[in-house]
Design a protein around this ligand. Sequence first.
Ligand code: ADP
Ligand code: MG
Ligand code: MG
Length: 210
Amino acid sequence: MPVTTENVLQWLKQYAHVLHENRDYLTQLDSAIGDADHGINMDRGFQAVNEKLAGMQQMDIGSILKTVGTTLVSTVGGASGPLYGTAFLRAGIATTGKHELYEADMVNLLTVFIEGIKVRGKAQAGEKTMLDALIPALEAARKAEEKKPGLGQLIHQSSAAAEVGAKETTSMIATKGRASYLGERSRGHQDPGATSSWLLLKTLSTTLTE
Ligand code: ADP
Ligand code: MG
Ligand code: MG
């Protein structure tokens, strides 16, 4: 079964809820190595997205994701707004006109999502950012695409890899973003952006099994 337009709308609605619930947790993570606003930023951005969902019912998946991107860019200050904004914009462009996403579409979506973040943030794997959850997630999705366990499993495995990746940021030294100002002292703390990226995929996975 593909991911449908309805699934995407449900995913975004649920992610707004998850971010609201995890607002303090994400902000706490950011207080250790940043400026204590990641939960606030993400919650603000996705509450704005949530308010627009009712008006998105008739859109294709590409237009929905593009709307998410522009909404994040315009409502979220801080690094995460333009980074996630660019990622969603590119994901929207890659899914223009689609009402269903299959395995190859999901792999492609994740690929361009990551490319957007890389272009915007000039970061690579291992710099203790959201990419350290998303890149393992893409690798797991690619592996699953070859083994063909089905789209639900592909997304589940991708989400599980994002969880491992997010947790592994704890041992990394940040070399991008505010956390990089701390140098060695950034080690020992899980990256807030990697954590919100993991939650994004986890929410997609749970949305599809509900
Ligand atoms: P700010 O740092 O401006 O307060 P947020 O706290 O909302 O913004 O987001 C911080 C997160 O953004 C970090 O945890 C990290 O994952 C991510 N991030 C910061 N800079 C970059 C970058 N150059 N490339 C990729 N991700 C980044
Ligand atoms: Mg911050
Ligand atoms: Mg900030």
